[in-house]
Design a protein around this ligand. Structure first.
Ligand SMILES: NC(=O)c1ccc[n+]([C@@H]2O[C@H](COP(=O)([O-])OP(=O)(O)OC[C@H]3O[C@@H](n4cnc5c(N)ncnc54)[C@H](OP(=O)(O)O)[C@@H]3O)[C@@H](O)[C@H]2O)c1
Length: 319
């Protein structure tokens, strides 16, 4: 089968596309033939060697894809051949075939097409735990999202708006600003110019997946408010002294999706809650940008550049 892989950590030049062996399933696994593979910032951190990674040589990157069941292990009861499933926490996904533990496979919901579900998957489940496990805001509270038109940002912003919060945020361009406003944000600041004007709004929660902005996030949060740090798309965050937080009763929370997806029941419950927003027309995301898996290098470059709007998907040859 064809796959995107690397042998050593580094910049984009370490990525290679070529032939590797089709993996063999165990009794509790499914073999999935991928149709759409999700590219995420975590894949960039792993390629750089700065994130947790499952050792293997050559290393096939990626943890998220959607596809069809083509083989079932003998212990698997709840899936059958041709079922459409997706997964967000299984290694070696940037390939035509992936071995997926049955408990990590999530059935594609009826009424949503494969491309849309592939574009929602990991970023949507992230938005879900950020909103419902960490944010837990009251109706009418003001919240702020850095990178509001990114993949996580678009879904999080509309989810919070649907839940009754007033959503504000930053973007880098007017095009991204207009998109976030059209998706229901109250006000969107351009990050390189006017974000400081946002300090009027007493934000109960500030969502920061950009990283280098952490100090600004702590300033934007109101006393007794919280900053939720969940990623570093813009670079590692500065060190924070807890004493500075104590003086204003501010909290700094963090979270990793995988700690929330710790059973098949959690995956089912969380994805049903997430997809209900889409089925009920509460969230609409921008069209994903699609690259052939063979051009994976260009897809990584595009995501890393910060130019992307919403999801980046990779398409295997025989899609
Ligand atoms: N904790 C978890 O479980 C979890 C799960 C998934 C993702 N994440 C994290 O969530 C964050 C967002 O992920 P995503 O998938 O939504 O990515 P994304 O679509 O690329 O969005 C990231 C946004 O960050 C902004 N940004 C600011 N400075 C940037 C820079 N120097 N380079 C690139 N982007 C920059 C960009 O918006 P503007 O150009 O408008 O500023 C971009 O839209 C990432 O840090 C990712 O690692 C965390």
């Amino acid at each position: 089968m064809k796959a995107l892989y690397f042998d050593e950590f580094g910049d984009n030049s370490v990525l290679q596309y070529g032939e590797v062996e089709i993996p063999k399933i165990s009794r509790d696994q499914l073999l999935i033939k991928t149709s759409y593979i999700g590219l995420n910032f975590a894949d960039i951190y792993r390629r750089r060697g700065t994130y947790h990674i499952e050792k293997r040589s050559p290393y096939i990157n990626g943890y998220e894809a959607l596809g069809q069941v083509v083989q079932c292990g003998e212990n698997v009861k709840n899936f059958k051949l041709k079922d459409r499933v997706f997964f967000v926490d299984v290694p070696f996904a940037e390939a035509e075939y992936v071995c997926v533990p049955a408990e990590k496979a999530i059935k594609v919901p009826v009424g949503l097409d494969s491309k849309t579900v592939a574009a929602i998957g990991l970023q949507g489940l992230t938005a879900d735990f950020l909103a419902h496990d960490l944010g837990n805001n009251q109706i009418g509270e003001n919240v702020f999202i850095h990178g509001i038109s990114g993949g996580v940002g678009q879904i999080l912003a509309q989810m919070l708006t649907a839940d009754g919060m007033n959503v504000y945020g930053t973007t880098s361009t007017i095009q991204k600003q207009q998109l976030a406003l059209s998706q229901g944000a109250k006000k969107v600041f351009l990050r390189n110019t006017d974000w400081k004007d946002a300090s009027f709004a007493n934000f109960a929660t500030v969502y920061d997946g950009v990283g280098i902005t952490l100090k600004q996030s702590l300033e934007l949060a109101t006393n007794k408010g919280k900053v939720i740090f969940f990623g570093m798309a813009g670079g590692n965050p500065p060190l924070v002294n807890p004493l500075d937080l104590l003086g204003q009763s501010k909290s700094l929370l963090t979270g990793d999706l995988w700690d929330y997806l710790n059973s098949a029941a959690e995956r089912k419950h969380r994805s049903e809650r997430l997809f209900s927003y889409f089925v009920n027309d509460k969230i609409k995301i921008s069209e994903p940008t699609v690259f052939p898996l063979a051009k994976g290098k260009e897809a990584y470059e595009y995501l890393e550049s910060g130019k992307s709007i919403g999801k980046v998907l990779l398409l295997p040859e025989d899609h």
